[in-house]
Design a protein around this ligand. Structure first.
Ligand code: OGA
Ligand code: NI
Length: 349
């Protein structure tokens, strides 16, 4: 990334403390239900983790370690290549899928480079943000031609992660008192994507962030982080930033903003960020589990009562997602939309 560009410097209030709290980490949940006296115990644990933390780790999740290792190795090989090789799969305005190192979170540049790949290839999204415009856009993956093993490893990993995400979705549904498959139908033509993240060593780790503080707009995110560490979560209980200690082979799960809306704020998506360090590079692979573009996201009617009225008006997932994907290229004259833009006024009673 060369000399430090001032675009990477975080405003004072967002600069990280490099000494950190790790003491009371996020919950660690064993997904092997035979380890519980009853299935209900697992569901209750998931529910408590979603409600109290919005973040948890899972073990015995069923994804073969080898499947994960192959993709992690392919990602390392991809990012180790010279810039001109990586630029061969650079994203552009027509197809905003591929390699880039220019992402900004809240107008400050992130200290990272990424390769974005959709799970369904192609993936269908709206072509514009205009609610009246029904034109669609196809996102097509750009595969690095010189690394055929990356595509192979990706497809195997994506299949496993899709299964795990559906399992988590069923557990989350049960934990909200819903039918197990209440949410599954929203994902038939899903728009999920996997991001290969590389955080190079950073000469100014006290001034920059790998990813600035944000919430994921997904239904849920399943993250594989390596052994270096650096992910921090804003603890709901007291607003402190806490490190998520790497647990070998575990996945980190976080509630995304779609689940926040479906659950009518019973479960909330939580702010997180990535700290970089001056010596070690770090790799991570989030799987963002997203519904079909046509889905209207709104509080589920089973969870809306007279005492607890809907806190959001419905929004179209595809238009929301397209806003994020396309706004990097076009000056759309609008800020990135947030789910809070769909929050209804609290009633005064
Ligand atoms: C993200 C993210 C965390 C990490 O890409 O949205 O939060 O550990 N990544 O890389
Ligand atoms: Ni995130």
């Amino acid at each position: 990334m060369g000399d430090v560009d001032p675009a990477f410097i975080q405003p004072a209030q967002h600069r990280p403390k490099l000494s950190f709290t790790e003491a009371h980490g996020i919950p660690l949940i064993d997904l092997d239900s035979s380890s519980y006296a009853a299935m209900g115990d697992l569901v209750a644990e998931i529910g408590a983790a979603c409600k109290n933390w919005g973040f948890f780790q899972v073990i015995n999740h069923g994804v073969p370690p080898e499947t994960r290792r192959k993709l992690e190795e392919a990602a390392r090989r991809f990012f180790a290549q010279p810039p001109e090789e990586k630029r061969k799969v650079k994203r552009d305005e027509v197809n905003p899928q591929g390699y880039y190192d220019t992402e900004q979170t809240k107008n400050v540049r992130d200290w990272k480079e990424v390769l974005d790949l959709t799970v369904k290839n192609p993936t269908i999204l709206p072509a514009s943000l205009d609610p009246a415009d029904g034109e669609l856009l196809q996102l097509v993956n750009r595969w690095p031609e010189n690394l055929p093993e990356l595509r192979e490893a990706f497809e195997e990993y994506a299949g496993e992660l899709e299964k795990l995400s559906h399992k988590l979705l069923r557990l989350i549904s049960l934990s909200l008192g819903l039918q197990e498959n209440r949410l599954s139908g929203f994902f038939n033509d899903h728009t999920s994507f996997i991001r290969l993240n590389h955080y190079p060593p950073c000469p100014i780790p006290h001034l920059a962030l790998g990813v600035g503080s944000h919430k994921d707009s997904s239904a849920l995110t399943v993250l594989a982080q390596d052994e270096v560490g650096g992910l921090e979560v804003k603890r709901k209980a007291d607003g402190e930033w806490v490190r998520v200690r790497p647990t070998p082979e575990a996945f980190i799960i976080n509630v995304g903003s779609i689940t926040q809306v479906w659950s009518n704020d019973e479960y909330k998506s939580v702010e997180h960020r990535v700290i970089v360090n001056s010596e070690k590079e770090r790799f991570s692979i989030p799987f963002l589990f997203n519904p079909d573009h046509s889905v209207m996201v709104e509080p589920l009617k089973e969870l809306v009562t007279e005492q607890s009225p809907a806190k959001y008006r419905p929004y179209n997932w595809g238009k929301f997602h397209a806003n994020r994907k396309l706004s990097n290229f076009k000056n759309l004259g609008v800020d990135n939309i947030q789910i809070d833009d769909f929050r209804l006024q609290e009633s005064s009673s």
